[in-house]
Design a binder for this molecule. Structure first.
Ligand code: XMP
Length: 505
């Protein structure tokens, strides 16, 4: 294990990501973590991340000096380098101008293990205000740039390595090689893989839960499904999953999830709460109001079911990007009240089990496959908690939901048949309750419109519309109008996010 101390850089998660891609397991700790907290026989190295502060400011996060005495190699990146330089007697300069973006470094020392096997000129990514002007005693300066006298330095005897640039971002040429070199210095085996993650997590879950009972809200999405099978592997019957059919889910959702979980001997409560949700939504057309009602109803139903389980722990399929997004840094404007993290009521007062907290989405998918979940389940597009309610602008009725479910099922079926499902990030149909005139046979029709939404996206914060082939769109449109009573016109949405959002409400 490599311990990564997070001093607040936006790139910290990329460090863990790169390490894992290289086969090394990295665990992120807060900036105030002590040597005692991070130490242990499995600790092979420490990485100090970048951060937004200046080490010259009062109150800037500092490092427990005992970490330097742990005897494992240390890599300081950006703020991490400045912190080590300051604490060990170097000189830091506050630059009047921030250096941000690409820079060329010159490697000065062919003996440096960190730059082993690399060119002497490297393009790197810089993002800093302060820089190290003078290295502390015992440190060799191993690279510089035109503007920065110490772009990298190292104390070989103590195995402390420092770099001003960010090796974790892809803009840094051979950044992964620099990290790999550091891992070699640490003597890491580089054999971390999904199987090992599963074994380690299984042990950790057993240790945390002991003989307690765990309840998990199973939605059928990738995250909660993988969390469920992982917990099931670890604690078997101590886990109870609760699946709530909200009535605004995809067509035959509950049956599909039941089928996927049939091979596991897992305790799942299948709760049909369609009436409760549709009843509470009756006559409500405001988007935020709809979200709140669904959130509240879900909590009521889930609370009741979980109460019967008498659980000690609540398990959630929280992923690493959710952890970062919900940490509340900065004052982002509320556009939609998403409720993936922290959305459950305090009254539950259960301790949390979050076995996927360190993982990125693709790693969760790999874990899901390794745990035996079907491909279809693991590659599902995300589905919002408020479900089809935010895909039916205006009031939600059972009839409208049924129309939309049928149209959506056709779209998804054709996407899968044509191979486009895996090449897109999120696709769905939307029911626009706007009547337009059509003609079918000799009959005039006056029915709803259906919009098809298909996007590609890395993180769902921004998205582009997917360039689906015209033939595919034509087939979907034809099938929907012919097979779904209540829709007589299909349109394709070609708006990106921003300015539109992915969902319609
Ligand atoms: P937007 O519409 O904001 O969606 O571009 C971005 C991603 O978030 C999902 N989404 C939600 N998920 N509760 C959820 O659990 C919500 O209220 C919600 N609203 C949007 C959306 O499906 C997309 O993946």
């Amino acid at each position: 294990r490599v311990a990564i101390l997070d001093f607040g850089s936006q790139y910290t998660r990329l460090i863990t990501r790169r390490l894992r891609d290289l086969g090394a397991f990295g665990l992120v700790y807060g900036p105030g973590a002590t040597a005692k907290e991070i130490g242990g026989p499995d600790l092979k190295g420490v990485i100090l991340s970048g951060g937004p502060n200046s080490v010259m400011e009062d109150g800037a996060p500092d490092l427990d000096p005992a970490i330097l005495a742990l005897g494992v190699p240390i890599l300081g990146i950006c703020y991490g380098q400045q912190l080590l330089a300051r604490n060990l007697g170097g000189v830091i300069h506050r630059s009047s101008r921030r250096e941000y973006g690409k820079a060329m470094i010159r490697v000065l020392d062919p003996e440096s293990l960190l730059f082993r096997g690399l060119e002497t000129e490297l393009q790197v990514w810089m993002s800093h205000g302060d820089h190290v002007e003078q290295a502390p005693a015992g440190f060799a300066i191993t690279s510089h740039t035109r503007g920065v006298p110490v772009a990298a330095m190292e104390d070989r005897a103590r195995r402390i390595y420092c770099i001003q640039f960010h090796p974790e971002v892809t803009h840094t040429q051979h950044g992964s090689k620099v990290l790999m070199n550091f891992l070699h210095v640490c003597g890491m085996k580089l054999d971390w893989n999904t199987g090992q993650f599963i074994e380690e997590k299984t042990r950790a879950i057993r240790k945390q839960v002991g003989t307690g009972r765990v309840v998990l809200g199973l939605s059928g999405g990738v995250d909660s499904s993988v969390a469920a099978v992982l917990l099931h592997k670890a604690i078997g019957k101590q886990l109870t999953c609760v699946f709530v059919d909200t009535g605004v889910m995809r067509k035959d959702e509950m049956a599909q999830v039941q089928e996927a979980f049939a091979p596991y001997d897992m305790t799942v409560k299948w709760v049909d709460a369609r009436q409760a949700f549709l009843g509470a939504l009756e006559g409500v057309s405001d988007p935020e109001q709809k979200r709140k009602i669904i959130g509240r109803t879900f909590i009521e139903v889930f609370d009741r079911e979980a109460g019967q389980v008498q659980a000690d722990f609540l398990a959630q399929g929280t992923l690493y990007p959710d952890v970062i997004e919900s940490s509340g840094v900065g004052g982002a404007v509320l556009v939609k009240s998403h409720h993936n993290v922290g959305g459950l009521p305090d009254v539950m007062k259960l301790k949390l089990v979050e076995p996927l907290r360190e993982l990125f989405k693709d790693e969760v998918r790999r874990a899901g496959l390794a745990l035996g979940l079907p491909e279809d389940m693991v590659w599902r597009h995300p589905f919002p908690g408020p479900g089809l309610a935010v895909r039916i602008p205006g009031c939600v009725t059972a009839e409208r939901v049924a129309i939309l479910q049928n149209a959506d099922a056709i779209f998804i079926e054709e996407l899968k048949a044509s191979g486009w499902y895996r090449n897109t990030s999120q696709c769905f149909a939307v029911l626009l309750p706007v009547q337009t005139v059509g003609i079918m046979g000799d009959e005039r029709t006056y029915e709803n419109m259906c919009a098809l939404r298909a996007v590609t996206s890395e993180d769902f914060m921004t998205a582009d519309w997917a360039r689906l082939p015209h033939e595919l769109l034509e087939k979907v449109a034809q099938r929907i109008v012919n097979e779904v009573k209540g829709i007589n016109r299909v349109v394709f949405d070609i708006t990106s996010k921003p300015p539109a959002t992915i969902e319609y409400e």
